[in-house]
Write a protein that binds this ligand. Structure first.
Ligand SMILES: [Zn+2]
Length: 48
């Protein structure tokens, strides 16, 4: 799956969930925390 991110450089604003490797949603508010959006992930809804 990681090859999917080869075109994304280090400037990607979206964080990657350390538990499932899925790109998380950007913070809803400036300075807010991103949360995992993968419902099958153990860290779903948790700040990354
Ligand atoms: Zn996750």
């Amino acid at each position: 799956m990681y090859e999917l991110w080869d075109e994304i450089d280090g400037e990607d604003p979206s964080p990657i969930c350390p538990q499932c490797g899925v790109s998380a949603l950007a913070p809803e508010v400036p300075g807010g925390e991103s949360v995992c959006e993968n419902g099958a992930c153990g860290g779903y809804g948790e700040p990354i």
